[in-house]
Design a protein around this ligand. Sequence first.
Ligand code: KG4
Ligand code: ZN
Length: 334
Amino acid sequence: MSADRILGIETSCDETAAAVVSRGTDVMSSVVSSQIELHARYGGVVPEVASRAHVELLMPVVAQAVVEAGVEDREIEAVAATYGPGLVGALLVGVSAAKAMSMVWGVPFVAVNHLEAHLYASFLEEPDLEMPLVILLVSGGHTMLIVMEDHLRYRVLGGTVDDAAGEAFDKVARHLDLGYPGGPVIDRLSADGDPDAIRFPRAMAKEGWDFSFSGVKTAVVNHVRKNPETPIPDLAASFQEAVVDVLIDKARRAAREVGAKGLCLGGGVAANSRLREKLLDVCVEDGFRAFLPSRSMCTDNAAMVAAAAWWRLKADGPSPLSVGADPSLRLPVY
Ligand code: KG4
Ligand code: ZN
């Protein structure tokens, strides 16, 4: 089944987002209302606060997305929402609203996997990506090295054995009193720091496909305890360099091993300047094509949800209305 114009909804964590995307690639509108300020004072996302904020924000955000797309409600051909993984209360807000709209408008409902949505962010800007692709999916909750063999067909090579890459950025930033979320701040501060000032550990860099980031986080904490005078930009740049080195090393090795045509980034950490820069360098050196979604499509948004929904709807048809929120949903692998 196919529907050209899909309304996507994303409420899995702390962004309330809606977008209208045509044929999985043409972003007609993408509205993201961030709750960051609401959660910043707690140093992280408070699930109950997030659910309540989604309830208040979702309908205005949907209305704005439809208006900005320049379409009437009746021109929406399917409604999609992220149903997992994420915070259960937050997910339920988006899923329930999407089902209600699909019933009122008499159009299909599509339940979307948030991880698959992050992978499809790359296709929004490059619809003709050649496969196989190696995709590094790095967000606040996930760190995965994935081989995409064809549309909707994935193999997971490895993941984190402890903290996700974004979680490590957030925890280090919290320890340094830099605020939440930590990734963007560390990225910014690193521009004025020396990435070689401190040699932090690169755990599991040369072996296997899995990642571990809790050691580097502890190393930063210990370094600050022993050397409280270290300039923050040097700490930030050296920590960032250690994380990026491991991510890039493994992605490059994976791309060589599977004979990938290209290397892609997805997830919030894919907005990181140093990671993007190094991925481009590696692709030039090794002759892979590099695909970097624009920064706004790396962090949580609903355009990627509508894009993934377009492919899912074509392959599997509409989702039954009995589908509920699934907080620990995994990427479907073959
Ligand atoms: O994909 P996302 O918006 O939400 C999840 O699904 O988790 O990712 C959020 C994560 C946070 O940990 C945030 O600190 C990190 O992405 N992040 C960054 C940058 N921008 C966001 N990490 C490093 N550098 C950035 N520029
Ligand atoms: Zn995400």
